[in-house]
Design a protein around this ligand. Structure first.
Ligand code: GLU
Length: 469
């Protein structure tokens, strides 16, 4: 195959091919799944105080075996076509692993968002959305973007509004994008979803006594020493939930530097310190380090939650963690992956571990199509029915529950509770599906097992469509 060496998409392809060897599929099907189906590259002008600037942008739809396609939009000066292609491909496998019925896609705008004010960012985002609309690369049944590195709820609201303006009267218009603010059709729990999913995935990994024993670690998250690189939406929430479950944050890294404290860092205090001083450095009681040094700190679990290509052949040998939880997409290069695997490090792969975001995006999309908040119809009904049941039991047993016990039992599910339990169930189910494949194929790592599982699901979908015999 003629793929350029040393690119992100090449790495994804390498992982794909490693997994493909374990699957017996009709000729051409693997190739059809591997390639990016549609790559839309475009440029548009944006007016700044220095005159007009020409911005490069992309939307890649990797696989349309299920529609809509789905994936975030990245605003970063490092965005290029190869990166967007790789990220779009990862989205296909990610959706398949967590049984979210979408194909994979990704968007990118090559800008450093920190260099623009809010008004300029709004113009760029709306123009980007308009370009997608013109070419049919967005729509609730076509392709549904979401936040990614450098974008968030604000940008998603601008996209939804632009789409609605171009499609007046389209009743499902708000389903054209997810990760929106609550007032614009967003869903409770989406902001925390990727980080929460990372936590559920790592908790599941640590709860497998046999796998932990093989790493020389005890079962469970409590007491595990964790380093998190990147305190954006994903890294911050992953760190928060891991800490709440008893893990000890011994190192935290951001682009200005890293801090370490073997006694454990108080995440909220670090965040306040960063807000006040514009840096995580000089946090009382902690040691200052360079950003990259955080990756080689002594710890049990390393969570790279920033960008791709963080653990490379240069620093892989110095990584001391026994578990790497890939919260970011593609943080471990494939040559580094081999070094780490050789040393028995357990890598919980990105395609699985950060799938919480798209899982809750799926719930948001369902909410938009249903035009009703989850739990709205059933909450009070469940509460009344449970209350009746409690009263009956109390009457027949002669025992009475305290008011607080009663309230706890009675509470009907609201949107947030449903989203979080749906996410928890999804992450646990997917973990065991992958683990079963991992254990069944001797000598295979968890990433390959995840790819085998995902490719097999996409392949079945093509076969059932009748596209391949
Ligand atoms: N950008 C996120 C990801 O890489 C979320 C995608 C989505 O919600 O569609 O998984």
């Amino acid at each position: 195959m003629t793929v350029k060496s040393d690119t992100f998409f090449t790495d994804v392809t390498r992982n794909f091919e490693n997994a493909g060897k374990y699957l017996k599929l009709p000729d051409g099907l693997l190739e059809q799944i591997r390639v990016c189906n549609s790559v839309y590259r475009f440029k548009f002008p944006v007016k700044t105080e220095n005159g007009y600037e020409v911005v490069s942008a992309w939307r890649v739809e990797h696989s349309q075996h299920k529609l809509p396609t789905k994936g975030g939009i990245r605003f970063s000066e490092h965005v290029d076509e190869d990166e967007v292609m790789a990220l779009a491909a990862l989205m296909t496998y990610k959706c398949a692993l967590v049984d979210v019925p979408f194909g994979g896609a990704k968007g990118g705008v090559k800008i450093d968002p920190r260099k623009y004010d809010e008004e300029q960012l709004q113009r760029i985002t709306r123009r980007y959305a308009a370009e997608l609309i013109k070419k049919g690369f967005i729509g609730p049944g076509i392709d549904v973007p979401a936040p990614d590195y450098g974008t968030g709820e604000r940008e998603m609201a601008w996209i939804a509004d632009t789409y609605s303006a171009f499609n007046p009267g389209q009743i499902d218009a708000s389903g054209c994008v997810t990760g929106k603010p609550l007032s614009q059709g967003g869903i409770r729990g989406r902001r925390e979803a990727t980080g929460r999913g990372v936590f559920f995935g790592l908790r599941e990994a640590c709860d497998q006594a046999e796998d932990m024993k093989a790493l020389g670690l005890s079962k469970g998250l409590a007491g595990k020493r964790v380093v998190v690189q990147g305190l954006g939406n994903v890294g911050y929430h992953a760190a928060k939930f891991l800490r709440e479950a008893g893990a000890v944050l011994v190192g935290l890294a951001e682009y200005e530097g890293a801090i370490a404290d073997p006694r454990g860092l108080d995440l909220e205090k670090v965040m306040t310190h960063r807000r006040d001083t514009k840096s995580i450095l000089k946090f009382p009681g902690a040691t200052d380090l360079k950003t990259a040094e955080a990756l080689t700190l002594d710890c049990d679990i390393l969570v790279p939650a920033a960008l791709e290509n963080q653990i490379t052949i240069e620093n892989a040998a110095d990584v001391k963690a026994k578990i790497i939880g890939e919260a970011a997409n593609g943080p471990v290069r494939s040559d580094a992956d081999q070094v780490l695997r050789g040393r028995g490090v357990l890598i919980v792969p990105d395609v699985y571990l950060n799938a919480g975001g798209v899982t809750v995006s799926y719930f948001e999309w369902l909410k938009n199509l249903q035009h009703v908040r989850m739990g709205r119809l059933g909450k009070r009904f469940t509460e009344t029915a449970t209350n009746q049941l409690i009263l009956t039991i109390e009457k027949s047993t002669g025992k009475t529950l305290s008011e607080s016990e009663k309230l706890k039992l009675m509470a009907g599910p609201d949107e947030e509770a449903l989203v979080n339990s749906g996410l928890e169930d999804t992450m646990i189910e997917a973990y065991h599906e992958i683990r079963e494949v991992w254990k069944r194929h001797k000598g295979v790592d968890m990433r390959t097992a995840a790819f085998i599982t995902a490719i097999d699901k996409v392949a079945q979908s093509y076969i059932e469509l009748g596209v391949f015999p």
